[in-house]
Design a protein around this ligand. Sequence first.
Ligand SMILES: [Zn+2]
Ligand SMILES: [Zn+2]
Length: 473
Amino acid sequence: MKAGHILAAVVALAVASVGLVLFVGSGLSQSQPAAACQPGQPVTVAGGELPGEVAGWSGEQLANAAATIRAGADLGIDARGQAIAVMTAMGESSLVNVAHGDAVRADTIGLFQTGPEHGSYDARMDPYQAAVLFFERLTAVPNWQDLPPTIAAHRAQRNADPLHYEQHWPDALKVIAALSSDTAAAVVPAADNPGNRYDLGPVQPHTQALAEEVGTRFDVADVGGHRESAVDAGGHPAGLAVDFMTGDDVALGDAIVAYLIEHAERLSVDYIIWRQAIWHAADPQAGWRPIADRGSPTANHYDHPHVNLRPTPSATSGAGPLECLSASAVAPAGLTVQGEWVAPVDGPITSGYGPRWGKFHGGTDFGAPCGTPIYAASDGRVIYAGNGPHPRLGLTGHVIIIDHGAGVQTSYNHMYAGGLGVRPGQVVQAGQLIAVVGNDGFSTGCHLHYGVYLEGQHTDAEPFMAGVGAPLG
Ligand SMILES: [Zn+2]
Ligand SMILES: [Zn+2]
């Protein structure tokens, strides 16, 4: 009942800023000290005027988001739950309190597009009350706090497409951060949030956060992160350096550098190199000191400020509920604790690897209801995400293949076209939601066919996964 009624303009904005359907990764919690977090805390809405615009959302939309956040805080719902509600309202009504239904059902109304079975007309048309009703549905979903946000929202709303809301998660985080009284949380995405604009490669979470904040603020198109070789091994190779490519726009570089210096403590800045000079946060009195000529304009940093971060993020970089939210917006807790490999789906093995029906079954089947989340089994890069049958592997339905390096690949198939959540080339992490179970292709029931390939040859996933600490079934 929920698809197809989104205001086109808002969708265009959201899609333009986050790409297609995107997912929240995992693993951040591993690289960030848990002690820095205070999970389970609600966000309260800051007093005074609301911001004019956040990520393309404005006016009534932000007022309705604020009402939603207030309702959650009053109910003791934590920041992640509040963000799920804002995301859901974005997906349902574009945060506009509409008195009419959609193409699927005429009698669904309000911020959350619910029907009369969910409450009185007046309650559903009151943003605060409608949010209270949503939180009642959400908290009735078993294990809602462990589910990926879009799945939790889907189960609370019972909408058609379980992945429908995910595109709004980055914006929900931005809106909730902007409306929050927790000013330390104003830093928008931490590493591996789906709203990340820049693909920096493997960098530290506070490096990604700095790049997102500064790059977005100054609308820098090209931002560099991880690189194997650099003058300072503690910089790009360590995931602790960012290059803001400014070309011949010296004023832009100057503005970025001024901002970095102004926020050096909060952003954990160690040093900045710009126009063949270096500035150290530990010794600001020294100012800018010239450095040796390294040759080209790029090597001399005439076309880009380079910022190096301290290895340990500053305490003021945020340990509030929203920073925790960034860290907790991951696949179910426990999926990543084993380290690098996780089971791709929560479901029983219904058919193992080996001879079957006179042919060879080159993978492992898991029975699971259509719409069940499928997770990347390990860190890697998506090398195929599209329609089957896959030309080389013969997998049918819609297919995802992830390359994990070292000659290891995994495959996932039988999804529907709308059940894919990643694009070719996308970097994913162990436990990241990549798709939902379908029944497409050569399939006689909702299931995931999961394959493990070593040097291109399929292998039995069960002993392999047991060997990497993620036993199946
Ligand atoms: Zn650099
Ligand atoms: Zn199979």
